[in-house]
Design a protein around this ligand. Structure first.
Ligand code: SAM
Length: 245
């Protein structure tokens, strides 16, 4: 089943170019993904195809006007929800990606300038998501990040349906570290357990390493899971990782 994602933007070429390459391009060719970029200027009525105007109340910058944005979206009648990309939105994370990946389709609206007229947010869009606590020049990069994070959760897109389940955030932890050949590089050795061929031990080591890494770098994620279980502490101790008291 193909996932349809409509992206509204004044730079459809950016979206089309990125969506044509690599994982997204292969997913489209395989009929698993249908990304449609729509030019917000399509419904602008003046010769310059203007989509922005100065803000009421004064101040720097321009604001995207409601008429052309409503008209562009209504002309397409895209799959809902229509999600506005914006720094004031709810934080985009793996659980939001999973939410969107469970749908048949959804749409993204990319702002530019100082952002969109508030009526676009309240009366046209269904949701707003932020990529993080920083400000981009436009919503296109954020929208493409959403498209990619969501698409790779769809069955078949990665070719190996097991891989997203094993990754960072899939079970509330960061992923374990990886090594590849050579077994020794500039005196740095790959942990012996990974070369032991003992699959049970490898699995336990990876789980312990994921826990240790998450405790060190993102203790908030461990907290969110309700802290360490006795089994987690046993695993950390088995491979010599510290666990907090
Ligand atoms: N004036 C806005 C503010 O201070 O919140 C920033 C507008 S930004 C320059 C222009 C557009 O980029 C936004 O309308 C939004 O679509 C997009 N954008 C910027 N930062 C973003 C973020 N962290 N997440 C999602 N979209 C973002």
């Amino acid at each position: 089943m193909s996932l349809r994602i409509d992206v509204f933007t004044i730079f459809p070429g950016i979206v089309e170019a990125y969506a044509a390459e690599s994982v997204l391009g292969r997913a489209a060719t395989a009929g698993l993904l249908d990304v449609r970029a729509h030019d917000l200027r399509m419904a602008a009525t003046d010769v310059h195809r203007t989509v922005d105007d100065s803000p009421f109340g004064g101040g720097a910058g321009m604001v995207m006007m409601p008429e052309p944005v409503f008209a562009a979206v209504e002309a397409v009648d895209p799959p809902r929800p229509l999600v506005l990309m914006g720094p004031a939105g709810r934080p985009f994370d793996q659980s939001v990606a999973a939410e969107l990946a469970a749908l048949d389709g959804f749409s993204l609206l990319c702002g530019r300038y100082e952002g969109v007229d508030e009526r676009i947010r309240t009366d046209l869009c269904d949701d707003e998501v932020s990529l993080g606590d920083f400000v981009l020049a436009g919503g296109e990069l954020a929208a493409l990040a959403v498209v990619e994070a969501v698409a790779r959760l769809r069955p078949g897109v990665l070719g190996n349906s097991a891989s997203p389940d094993d990754e960072s955030f899939a079970d509330g932890l960061l992923e374990y570290p990886h090594w590849t050949r050579p077994a020794e590089f500039r005196g740095l050795e790959v942990p012996e357990v990974l070369r032991s061929g003992d699959h049970g031990r490898v699995e336990r080591f990876r789980r312990a390493a994921a826990l240790a890494r998450t405790l060190e770098r993102r203790p908030d994620l461990v907290e969110r899971r309700g802290g360490l279980a006795d089994e987690d502490r046993r695993l950390l101790a088995e491979f010599g990782f510290d666990s907090p008291t």
